[in-house]
Design a protein around this ligand. Sequence first.
Ligand SMILES: [Cu+2]
Length: 263
Amino acid sequence: MSEHENVDLKPTPGERLTKFFKRSDVIQSTIFGVIVTMIFVILGGKFYTKWMPTVMSTDMKAIERLMVVFTWIAAPVCGVVLGVALYTFLNRHSGDTPPPDGPATRTNGPVVLGWSVVTSVLALVAVIYGITELNSASIATAKNVENSMVVNVVGNQWVWSFEYPELGVQSHELMLPINRPVAFHVTSVDVNHSFWPVQLGVKVDANKLAETLADTTPTKLGEFDVKCAELCGLYHAYMETTGEVMTKADFDNWVIAQGGHTA
Ligand SMILES: [Cu+2]
C-alpha cells in the first residue's frame, strides 16, 4: 500500500469531534457556557426559592421543587446559547472594513446528532417529571377527599367570598387551620375569575355555572395573599384579599366569633 492512498480518507466522526473541540472559538465558548450553566444551577438551587413567595402548603412546596428542577434542566441550554453569544460579543469585529465571509457550512453531523440527543433527553426528563408531579397531586387530592374541610369559593366582580358549609360561616377573608387538608369548591356568579391564594400554590378557574375543585394542606402559620388571576373587568387588579393559616385553637375561636359552630 503506497502512502498517498491514505491522503483522501475522510476523517471519522470521532476525529472531526476532537478537531472541533480543539478549535479556540469552541474552547472559549465552552468555558463561557460552563460558567453560565453553573451560575444558573446555583441561582436555581440557592436563590430563586428565596425570591419566590413563601411556601405555606404542600402544593407550594411541590411547585418550588418543580421550578428548581426546571431551572436546572434549562441551565445547560442557556449555557450553550449565552456561551456562543459571549464569545461572539467579545470577539466582535471593529474597524471600517468588514472581514471576508468564512467558508459556507452545510452541516455538521456530530453536532446535529449530539444536539438532537441532548435536547431530546432534557425534554423527556421534563415531560416525565411534570407528569409524575401532576399524578402525585391527583393522588393526594383523592386521598384528602375524606377528611378535608370544604370551602366554597365564589368570585364576584370584584370580591372573593368564602363559605364554610360545615361550620356555618361566611367570610371575605380566607382563614384556614394548619395541617388540615382543605378542598376548595370554586365558582363565579358573573364573569370568569381565577382563584389564586398565592403562597398556597393553588390557582384554579372560577367559572359561572360550573364548579372547579382544588385542594391543598396548609403547612405554615401566617398571612397569605388571595388574588384573582384572570382579567375580569375594570377592577380586576383590586380583586384581592388576605388569608391566614392559624392554629386549630385560633381557627375555632375565629369560627365562633363569626357566629359559626366548630366541628
Ligand atoms: Cu376576578
